[in-house]
Design a binder for this molecule. Sequence first.
Ligand code: KG4
Ligand code: ZN
Length: 339
Amino acid sequence: MKVLGIETSCDETAVAVFESGRGLLANCVWSQVELHRPHGGVVPELASREHIERLLPMIYDSLREARLAPQAIDGIAYTAGPGLIGALLVGASVARSLGYAWGVPVIGVHHLEGHLLAPQLEPGAPDFPFIALQVSGGHTMLVEVAGIGQYRILGETLDDAAGEAFDKTAKLLGLGYPGGPALAALAESGRDGVFDFPRPMLDRPGLDFSFSGLKTAVVVAVRGRTLDQQARADVARGFEMAMVETLVTKSLRALRQTGIQALIVAGGVGANRRLRAELSAAVARAGGRVHFPRPEFCTDNAAMIALAGHARLAAGEREALPVRARARWPLDELAAPRP
Ligand code: KG4
Ligand code: ZN
């Protein structure tokens, strides 16, 4: 079964083709970063317009890359939410229209389910059950994944998402958008221990996160001071260390509490090199195993949407004709595939 995947939930326009047994046949991503950079963040209306301009040509290019005619596509998967509603509607209406024209089933996929299943795009992915640390610009949660659609949220952020905290701290340090990768790069030249920021919620039991205190600590540290390049790097390093230690400690706690040994990391912050190094070492010391998707499968992409949609379509799940798009969509409302 060959599935065309479409992702337009935020500021990446992405199209992929996934086939059972063969894997990815095409994987195209158009990052809108340059469009939004002058505004210091994603402008929803500009994102929607850019999706409209890019999407159809990218579908054409993806089919060509996969060496497929449209008639060879057996199903279409699109991101139905959560995300920016206008942006979602572009992908949803294009997917629905093509499905109608080509006479193939179409399915709306939950963006986070895409992230949770992304490791399966590569060899060596853990079998169910596993724990997923989902860390992106909009979400931070620990999820027990027992199977497709069987998600138990063990803990989540009470305020900012991890990626959002990276982005806001980067802004405070005068770094451009997107802030996460820029802050991580600056932290490379920072010194350990110059700024010792709080590790939020580590002293409390449970698996929830909170990052607003950490952000405030950074605000207090930089307020009213002129920081030279080294001092800015030291702040970035201190922030990254606090963030990474918090994510590592809670992930280990989730493994211990559930008795599950395999951890996967999903979402854009999973591209962070310090997180990858420290989490790998800590989980190995605890006798577990951590799996990181390649950075391009951590950040937003359509390969994960095609794969998740494929899993549901192959299980016989079908969706009624109305276009589905939800700006908000709790992950634990999902169920196993239903034919
Ligand atoms: O999953 P994603 O691509 O989009 C969402 O669904 O949110 O995640 C984007 C987030 C942004 O906040 C970005 O700053 C962060 O991931 N990010 C990073 C790194 N690369 C991306 N944060 C820290 N270090 C990185 N290397
Ligand atoms: Zn995402």
